[in-house]
Design a protein around this ligand. Structure first.
Ligand SMILES: [Zn+2]
Ligand SMILES: [Zn+2]
Length: 328
């Protein structure tokens, strides 16, 4: 893309680049680069820098603190006059990135437009160029309303506990774990150490704890929120013996997911837009050009062209060096 001197490129596997006459904005770089404006949308590992020469990044306060904890590097937050961070509704601290020069560029990072029980949702904003993630950009993905699904999960958990079973809930330690803890509030919920570590950063000193430390678990039916599958042998026999396993993921809409992954129960609770949310979002932003990244990028670019009549193409890294998007 090259208009009025600005270019969007895949960034040779080092983030998405938006270059103006005077500056380079490096969005979700694998390695930060001195001299560029490095922006991090959220603290999931596939979006966090794994090193680099620049410790000052544009990101939310939560993302900076999580990045420090997760990478052990001393990142600090800065602001930039051309960059605005907007709620992405994906996980705590997640932001979409708006870069404004002569044109406006919106990079969604990972995002969700459905209201969750514990986060503000992402909202469409008018932009000239949109770079959107398309993880679930196929019509077979239609997710239920997260607030209604929260009720289903709560009911299932209450019923399972009342029948004398414990529940081992596997969840990403950032995002899904906090959402489940909010959904299950008031029940006997225990969190493993990685989940606790994220909770500590995301909670204020005066907040009611999201869960009790796993070390305090007794013998009564309880819920364990864990980031890994290896927790079972470490649990007391009374909990382990009668436990049901569960997870929450958008992928469980794929046939056979639950059985293949070996869970007793799987809930289609996703931190991303489904296909229909993505189409609505693109329409709401009314861009003149869309780049798609992740998942069904080619398929969804075709859907945008067909359903909305907007120019769209996947933002993929070219094998050949130096190839710009102009040459698509
Ligand atoms: Zn993410
Ligand atoms: Zn991601």
């Amino acid at each position: 893309m090259h208009r009025d001197g600005m270019t969007v490129t895949p960034g040779s596997s080092n983030g998405v680049l938006i270059t103006t006459e005077t500056e380079t904005f490096r969005l979700d770089p694998g390695k930060t680069l001195g001299g560029d404006v490095n922006v991090v949308s959220h603290a999931h590992s596939d979006h966090l820098p794994r090193g680099g020469t620049e410790m000052q990044i544009v990101a939310s306060r939560e993302t900076i603190e999580l990045a420090r904890m997760r990478t052990g590097k001393k990142y600090t937050g800065i602001r930039h006059g051309s960059v605005r961070l907007l709620d992405a509704g994906h996980v705590p601290g997640s932001k979409m990135v708006m870069v404004r020069d002569e044109l406006s560029y919106l990079y969604t990072g990972d995002f969700c437009t459905r209201k969750k029980v514990y986060l503000n949702r992402a909202r469409a904003v008018r932009t000239d160029v949109l770079v959107t993630e398309t993880t679930y950009g196929h019509p077979r993905y239609r997710f239920p309303d997260p607030v209604e699904l929260a009720g289903v999960i709560r009911d299932w958990a209450a019923d399972t506990l009342s029948r004398g079973h414990s529940i081992i809930f596997s969840a990403y330690p950032l995002g899904k774990a906090q959402e489940l803890q909010v959904i299950l509030r008031g029940m006997p919920v225990y969190a493993d150490e990685p989940v606790e570590r994220h909770n500590r950063i995301l909670q204020g000193p005066k907040d009611e704890p999201l869960a009790a430390p796993l070390a305090r678990i007794g013998t009564d039916p309880s819920i364990v929120i864990t980031s890994g599958r290896g927790i079972m042998p470490t649990l007391p026999a009374a909990i382990r013996r009668n436990a049901m396993t569960a997870t929450a993921s958008g992928w469980c809409l794929d046939g056979g997911f639950r059985g293949r992954m070996g869970y007793d129960e799987a809930f289609p609770l996703s931190d991303h837009c489904d296909y229909y949310d993505l189409l609505d979002f693109v329409k709401g932003c009314s861009p003149s050009l869309v780049y798609t990244v992740h998942g069904f990028d080619s398929e969804f670019a075709a859907s945008i062209r067909k359903e909305l009549g907007i120019e769209a193409k996947p933002l993929r890294q070219k094998k050949e060096k130096q190839k710009k998007l102009d040459s698509f």
